[in-house]
Design a protein. Structure first.
Lengths: 483, 486
């Protein structure tokens, strides 16, 4: 089987070319044979998947199918799934079975999508390489010696390897866009508040947003149509009508203004990357878009602000992982203090501990004003940069990452270098804006991502602009060799 | 040295919402452990809080009742600390932007004067669960039924100057929150808990002394006793030239002493920051006005009205207005006979005595306000005399009758309490008494004119013995007439 898209599968199912059970069986087989070298799944829910596929085929035979009915997907392992493991890639939750579904999981179940299991990730979504998982690193299907990106590395790798047609993912500082870029895929992080966070294990609550990784913008639109919308269980989700994201994909983008932030073409970006991104922008010119250089003057504040705010929120969010009510508990605790200290010391990995410590420090008495408060002020400036920019342009475009996928273990001993890799992605999360990554080229057989940034709740336009690029080019159709 | 006592109270009030502040679990007291805790209360991974607006309405209502600034924007913060009864590892509270700002109440002092006590703030927060240390073979159990129960924490200015004032303040707050219907006021179930900050300073000194905080005192009596014990402890130390350590202390009611729980150094750095899962709470004037419309008449206003409009004494007015249910009972009685003083005498007298004797609250009393009102009406129209009224009241207390007002007439007939005011009938009884008590008549006639008023007493006793329900006034008139004719 070659590259599979949701649109194709949906079409094949609709025309009776194949059944959901057949596709599901085939993909489960494929995962069995090939995921050993990719390590994209933490849990494969074979029985459940087949039952869902059977149910989906029945729905279809009754004429009750929609675009996602019977389509094989999988969820990032920080999405709680009722009755199956939700580990967040951590020893701490290695035994955790939630008695509830994330709202997004519920929505896909209701749409009749077939979930093949739970996808590997950086521990608690903290990382940019999917190497910090308790279940081992995820390999990039384009080059298995390289990382798939993170934290949604399992989501990206599983789609790139065509184990599934699309995956849910989450993005706190680039965790959808960066792995999508590293694996040559389409990834979208919607506006903060567009999708419910209920049941998605929190890393940094004011930054976390659910999204998807797919092959195409068309597929991403199909998935977002299912998962978006207000949820009364998430106070930060927005009470706003959700458009049909598929309906506007083919809108003409002639006359559209695309802003290019000069700060994104800095020393961080290699010449080859600059070249690839510049080519993509030229493509948009050909499509009739107007290109305009803009400035996001506070861009350099994004990384430090992000790493303070996300760590601060993480330090509190991780406190419930205490070994008392669920999850890993150390053996034979002598008293309460020992239970806390050892359960957390043994159950959490280095990167998570590092962020908890940074966050606790940034919030502690005497440091709050200098760190957390200052970071929030910087966040406001960063947001204002974007708000001003969107007075002049419709879309902002730039690179997703400074480099293509790096080698495994290359940055694990250098957290600062790892953090700097997020330089182009974190600002969006701080501002709450929607962003995408689409494949726009290759360097040494490794995919290059183009980042597209939209205005608040303007995902429809973002998907439209991405789709138009994919109509005009074939980067999104390229598959990793050997798989 | 002369010492001045400085006290500030922090009172935690459990709000009487049906469900918790951030989840849909019930707040009812006394259920089996952990049956009223859902995944939000348990702090499971991935779950999110949703603010219960009923708690906001109650907090605003409280703010209006103490004439406080109501903040149009309030923000929930996370207060970080590890403890098993705090399942998320943080408490959601309001540090920087509480819903209720500066307000004030009046307390009544022993000499009958009042004193204004300023309230710094009142913020919304969630209650913790409970650790259970017995019955688990050396381990501890956790009951999270209480976790997430909405609280307002009411912080006073350090303006209380004695344990008595502190107790009066606590009582007044109890009175206000129960009047407002925002708290059931049941101290035995922990519905109101008090932290007392106590310090001493040399009289005349401006700076505060070092304070100790006594945690979780939960009765009016214990607030007074705990503070007095703490004052004594601090005074002993200071008089000996020692220094007070800033610390948290616990009150042991059995030993009547406070003891150290933890020192300031051992206290957590709570690392407060705004909770990113909850939006700032924004309200407008229209909302505040809507809540204002629901404010009942409050104890101070009632007390004032009883005094100025109905001529009650300050003491009667204070007692009758302090408890919402008692005041409601009293007013129903008073309105039905249009006589506040008679109603006050009865409610303060026979009713209060019965409540004390039987250890009942006013809602549990078997004599309804309507029944008492009817009894008093019968006194006023001379159908009953005072003694007869008491007998009817006691009969109702004993559970006689069916609880209705209508049953009272039958009861009076049954007990033969109907007052006889018919002069002819009374003359017959008086004639009989005079005929049967020749000795009394003799001694009466021997009494000098100016002392005869007193000497008439024994005849009245004899008449009432002969017929219970006689109208004492008519008896007096007939007796005087008959005796003067002798």
């Amino acid at each position: 089987m070659s590259k599979i898209t949701i649109a194709e599968i949906s079409n094949n199912l609709a025309t009776g070319k194949c059944s959901s059970v057949e596709i599901t069986q085939e993909l489960l087989q494929r995962i069995k044979q090939q995921d050993e070298k990719i390590n994209s799944f933490i849990t494969v829910t074979e029985e459940q998947a087949l039952a869902q596929a059977k149910a989906a085929d029945e729905l279809r035979s009754k004429g009750q199918a929609n675009a996602l009915t019977g389509v094989p997907i999988a969820h990032k392992d920080n999405y709680c799934t009722d009755g199956t493991l939700t580990t967040c890639g951590s020893k701490m939750l290695s035994n955790f079975v939630a008695p509830y579904n994330a709202t997004v999981v519920d929505k896909f179940n209701q749409a009749g999508a077939v979930s093949l299991g739970k996808l590997n990730m950086d521990e608690f979504a903290m990382g940019s390489s999917s190497e910090s998982s308790f279940y081992g690193a995820v390999s990039n299907p384009w080059d298995t010696e390289r990382v798939a990106g993170g934290s949604s590395g399992g989501s990206a790798a599983a789609v790139a390897a065509s184990f599934i047609a699309g995956a849910t993912a989450s993005d706190t500082g680039g965790s959808i866009r960066q792995p999508a870029a590293f694996c040559g895929l389409t990834g979208i992080k919607p506006t903060y508040g567009r999708v419910s966070r209920w049941g998605i294990v929190a890393y940094a609550s004011s930054l976390d947003q659910a999204g998807v990784i797919t092959h195409t913008a068309e597929d991403a639109a199909l998935m977002l149509n299912v998962m978006s919308g207000f949820d009364e269980k998430d106070s930060t989700s927005m009470q706003l009508e959700v458009p049909d994201f598929s309906a506007s994909l083919n809108n003409n983008i002639e006359g559209l203004t695309i802003g290019i932030p000069k700060e994104y073409f800095s020393q961080h970006l290699s010449a080859e990357m600059q070249q690839a991104v510049a080519e993509a922008i030229k493509e948009y010119e050909k499509l009739g878009a107007k290109i305009k250089e803009i400035s996001l003057p506070h861009s350099q504040l994004a990384i430090p602000s992000y790493y303070l705010i996300s760590a601060a929120e993480c330090s509190a969010n991780m406190s419930r992982m205490d070994g008392v009510r669920f999850g890993y508990r150390c053996e034979d605790p002598v008293d309460l203090h020992d239970l806390y200290v050892r359960s957390r010391s043994e159950g959490l990995g280095d990167e998570v501990k590092r962020r908890i410590m940074i966050g606790a420090y940034a919030l502690s008495a005497g440091f709050y004003d200098a760190y957390y408060k200052k970071a929030q002020q910087a966040r406001r400036l960063i947001k204002n940069d974007f708000v001003s920019a969107f007075n002049e342009v419709d879309i902002i475009a730039g690179p997703v990452t400074p480099t293509t996928a790096f080698k495994q273990n290359e940055k694990t001993q250098d957290p600062v270098a790892m953090a700097l890799g997020d330089v182009f992605t974190v600002a969006l999360n701080l501002a709450g804006l929607p962003g995408m990554s689409i494949n726009c080229g290759q360097i040494n057989n490794l995919p290059v991502g183009l980042q597209l940034i939209g205005n608040y709740f303007d995902e429809a336009r973002l998907l439209n602009v991405a789709h138009q690029f994919q109509q005009a080019t074939d980067w999104h159709l390229k598959s990793p060799a050997g798989l | 040295m002369q010492w001045e006592v400085v006290i500030g109270l922090e009172i935690h009030v459990q709000l009487a919402t049906k469900t918790k502040i951030f989840s849909a679990s019930s707040t009812a007291y006394g259920a089996e452990a952990n049956t009223q805790a859902d995944v939000v209360d348990l702090g499971m991974p991935g779950v999110l809080p949703v603010f219960n607006e009923e708690a906001l309405r109650m907090a605003v209502k409280f703010g209006l009742a103490i004439d406080a600034d109501i903040h149009k924007v309030s923000v929930f913060d996370r207060k970080n600390y590890f403890y098993p009864d705090s399942p998320k590892g943080y408490q959601t509270t309001q540090l920087y932007y509480p819903t209720v700002g500066m307000g004030h109440i009046e307390i009544e002092l022993d000499d009958g004067s009042t004193k204004r006590i300023n309230v710094t703030r009142a913020h919304l927060e969630e209650d913790a669960g409970k650790s259970v240390h017995e019955g688990f073979g050396g381990s501890s159990g956790i009951d999270l039924n209480r976790a997430g129960t909405p609280l307002i924490e009411i912080v006073s200015e350090p303006e209380l100057r004695s344990a008595k004032e502190a107790a009066a303040y606590f009582r007044k707050m109890h009175s206000i929150v129960t009047y407002l219907g925002i708290c059931d006021g049941d101290l035995s179930q922990g519905s109101m808990r008090c932290d007392c900050n106590v310090s001493l300073r040399p009289k005349g000194q401006k700076e505060f002394g070092t304070r100790a905080e006594i945690k979780n005192v939960n009765s009016f009596r214990n607030v007074e006793r705990a503070i007095d014990a703490e004052i004594e402890r601090q005074m002993d130390i200071l008089e000996d030239g020692g220094k007070i350590v800033q610390e948290t202390r616990l009150y042991d009611a059995d030993k009547n002493e406070t003891r150290s729980m933890r020192s300031k150094e051992a206290e957590n750095d709570y690392r407060y920051f705004p909770c990113p899962d909850l939006l700032p709470v924004v309200i407008d004037d229209a909302y505040i006005e809507t809540v204002r419309q629901t404010l009942p008449e409050l104890p101070d206003a009632k007390r004032q009205r009883y005094i100025s409009e109905h001529g009650l004494s300050a003491v009667d007015a204070g007692v009758l207005s302090a408890n919402r249910e008692l005041a409601a009972y009293f007013e129903t009685v008073a309105e039905s006979i249009n006589d506040y003083k008679l109603a006050a005498n009865w409610v303060q007298g026979d009713v209060s005595a019965a409540l004390n004797r039987l250890e009942l609250s006013i809602e549990q009393l078997t004599v309804s306000a309507e029944q008492l009102g009817y009894i008093l009406k019968l006194i006023k129209d001379s159908t009953l005399n005072n003694g007869g009224a008491k007998e009817v009241f006691n009969a109702l207390l004993d559970g006689k009758g069916d609880g209705s007002v209508d049953c009272i007439d039958g009861l009076i007939d049954q007990l033969g309490l109907k007052q006889v005011s018919d002069t002819g009938a009374i003359e017959t009884i008086v004639d009989e008494v005079l005929a049967n008590n020749a000795k009394l008549v003799e001694s009466y006639l021997a009494t000098p004119e100016d002392k005869r008023a007193k000497a008439i007493g024994p005849f009245i006793g004899q008449v009432r013995k002969a017929a219970k329900g006689v109208n004492p006034q008519v008896v007096m008139e007939v007796l005087q007439k008959k005796l003067s004719e002798l």
